[in-house]
Design a protein around this ligand. Structure first.
Ligand code: FES
Length: 105
């Protein structure tokens, strides 16, 4: 595993997509309470940066063509057969570490 520091928990505001780079790759962080979830910052449709989309509750909507995803799991909501690339996250104190080499199960 190759966890690398991505941000602090306090950098990631609930309800706002947070864009960062981890090991040179664009990553999207989403916070739900004490939990932080990480995805490749690429829409499953044509790769638009999801961090430029809209997060309403748990629904993340791409700003390009409005595909939507459940930001808690990365599962597609519209269309349902799409899904996001999710990365493992480790929290240590206020630091958020992400492993962009692995996909979370
Ligand atoms: S690139 Fe996201 S919906 Fe098309």
């Amino acid at each position: 595993m190759a966890f690398a520091r991505a941000a602090t928990v306090s950098d990631v505001w609930e309800g706002e997509p947070f864009a960062c780079r981890v090991s040179g790759k664009p990553v999207l962080l989403v916070r739900f309470g004490a939990d932080v979830v990480a995805y490749a910052d690429r829409c499953a449709h044509l790769g638009f940066a999801l961090s430029k989309g809209k997060l309403e509750g748990h629904v993340l909507t791409c700003g390009a063509h409005h595909w939507s995803f459940d930001a808690r799991s990365g599962a597609g909501l519209n269309p349902r057969d799409a899904c996001l690339v999710r990365y493992p996250v480790r929290l240590e104190g206020d630091d958020v570490f992400v492993d962009v080499e692995l996909r979370a199960s």
